[in-house]
Design a protein around this ligand. Sequence first.
Ligand code: ADP
Ligand code: NA
Length: 345
Amino acid sequence: PKETSVLSLVQPSGTMHLGNYLGALSCWADLCKIKQYDTQDLIFGLADLHAITVPQPQGELFVKQRFDTLAYLIAFGVDPEKCNLYMQSDVREHTELAWYLSTITNISSLSRMTQWKAKSVSENNKTTNYQNSSSSLGLFSYPVLQAADVLIFKSEFVPVGEDQVQHLELTREIAEKFNNQFNCDILKIPKVLLTPTKKIYNLKNCEKKMSKSDPRPNAVLYLSDSNEDIRKKIRKATTDSITDKAFRFGPSERPGISNFINILAGIERKNILEVEDDIKDLRSHSEFKQYISEKIINWIEEPREKYHELISDPKYLREVALKGKIHAEKKAQETLRQVRDVMGF
Ligand code: ADP
Ligand code: NA
């Protein structure tokens, strides 16, 4: 059987923002355009089972949030005709494989994960002390489910941002351990495909990344923001007060300016030098911000309109998810049958 080449999932955990686009979606969209891949080679989707490791809306509200995320993906270039687009919770095999893998994963490996350390809470606020943690078992074993996602499709490449590299290393370890323990080579050892775009910082504090969970609405540029929202947020963004120099890239010296240069480079698919050249005649901060706003607005208008069309067509979105489920489930079942055989189930 033909083997899957690429897998990547995103959590439907809130409104998608520019960081999600530049860090994940744009890369997926590019892969969809590469002719050598057919839909079988590219599996993208929603990590909705991962999303619930922290509180999410419930019932119909979560249904809405999941389909909303699906609409963002399609609108911003993840073409369901060119890839397998599905929801993790539609393929039960993920959780079954995750259980098997959990039995060969060391607790000590999981407790080293920096994302766990950052997201977990413990009674005495020492986040590394998992013995006192009031965080859930699901949050702790999150990387095991992630390993199951990757391994169940025999994925070769997993495009991730830097923050996920550690989890991918663990996935590789788990796969090797499984193959050793059961003396087989069923699980394919995946390679990390580091996404080229840089981390996008939030507009109010250049030390924190742009994130769905940021409570300050002006800190995040959402993919559904109106032109007025975009202008206002950028006008209010924190930059610097250096006035005697041209706007140049320099993350440590001028983090706010550099963040915008990164954003422009990402959406215009230019390199930093090209963007610096484009902006060399801009003089004031307000001129710079206006320039950035108009570039973003110009870029976002078309996909944003598509997004609004899609969310008013739930039937189409359900069809996409169903098609994705059927295809993904078939692949997942093949791997799981091999795993169960070798384990003795
Ligand atoms: P969030 O932190 O907003 O909840 P996720 O953790 O669900 O986002 O990440 C979804 C994808 O978007 C991941 O591939 C992640 O690397 C990417 N991503 C999220 N935030 C940013 C950011 N600020 N800059 C670049 N990429 C990002
Ligand atoms: Na997150």
